[in-house]
Design a protein around this ligand. Structure first.
Ligand SMILES: Cc1cc2nc3c(=O)[nH]c(=O)nc-3n(C[C@H](O)[C@H](O)[C@H](O)COP(=O)(O)O)c2cc1C
Length: 269
């Protein structure tokens, strides 16, 4: 059928009087189709830009928790001073031939071939990527900070954060949650500088290499013998706070960065 013949019924439809229900329906359908084409085209066109913005946002967060935010360097320069590596979580070894620049742990977690199903899943993530990126900060060749991406379920959302540890692999230097959708004023306080500010100096791993960090319900007693490994909870948002404790324990444990941190403590990184 030629295109004029195809257009014939449409022409007939639009030639109907304006108050004809068939014409009303045709106009509504045409409008919906046109709008969906515009929305889809915009979404597809903007996707690379969104991905680039997300990558830049992550770089900014990494630079910030690395303590290079006030270094006076531009973002690209500061990020270049940080080595990005990929860790095989099973062995804790760095993966040599990996293309870390393009690696996405979120994509890997969705790929059956590149992730492992979790039976014991305190972080609520179902599958754990087999490899995770880590960020290594060195000064004059010596390691000064190791930054570990961590994520897990809060109350409403998956919270993504960065945990910066000292080279002892136990002591927190900084923590950020750069992506979460918990309730504003309640669970979202997990990203507030006030709450995150109590993490530096805390001990997350015990002498036997197991995670020991706890998020208290309410205030953590500063006089308790366990104060070194405890942070205050989030008032009115205990479920989000519990999510933070569970995801920390998962990622610092045997199924997470445990083997890598053991290598780090024995000087093998
Ligand atoms: C609209 C609404 C939003 C809430 N958002 C959160 C939240 O983001 N995180 C959270 O832990 N609790 C949230 N809560 C509260 C939880 O249901 C629960 O009461 C709370 O986590 C218990 O903490 P608390 O023992 O410190 O009061 C919300 C409650 C309501 C009604």
């Amino acid at each position: 059928m030629s295109s004029p013949a195809l257009l014939q019924p449409l022409r007939a439809l639009f030639a109907l009087p304006n108050d004809d229900p068939r014409k009303t329906l045709a106009v509504a359908v045409t409008l919906c189709l046109a709008c969906s084409v515009v929305v889809s085209a915009t979404a597809v066109t903007l996707r690379p830009l969104q991905a680039r913005n997300a990558a830049l946002e992550l770089q900014r967060e990494v630079v910030e928790v690395a303590g290079l935010g006030d270094s006076g360097l531009g973002l690209a320069q500061a990020f270049e001073r940080i080595e990005t590596a990929l860790v095989d979580l099973g062995t804790g070894a760095l993966v040599d031939d990996a293309d870390v620049a393009t690696y996405s742990y979120r994509d890997a977690a969705l790929d059956m071939a590149r992730s492992t199903a979790l039976e014991d899943d305190p972080a609520g993530i179902r599958r754990r990527p087999d490899h995770m990126p880590v960020y290594l900060v060195r000064e004059n060749g010596s390691l000064t900070t190791v930054i570990l991406p961590v994520y897990g379920k809060g109350l409403w959302s998956t919270m993504h954060g960065l945990l910066a540890l000292a080279p002892d692999g136990r002591t927190v230097e900084a923590l950020s949650f750069y992506e979460q959708r918990e309730t504003a004023g309640l669970g979202s306080e997990v990203s507030s500088p006030r709450w995150l500010g109590q993490w530096p100096g805390k001990t997350v791993i015990g002498p036997d290499g197991a995670p020991v960090i706890e998020v208290a319900k309410g205030r953590a007693d500063p006089n308790s013998p366990d104060a070194q490994r405890r942070v205050d909870g989030l008032s009115g948002a205990t479920l989000t706070a519990n999510g933070v404790e569970r995801l920390m324990r998962f990622w610092l444990g045997a199924q997470g960065y445990g083997p890598f941190l053991a290598r780090l403590r024995s000087g093998g990184v």
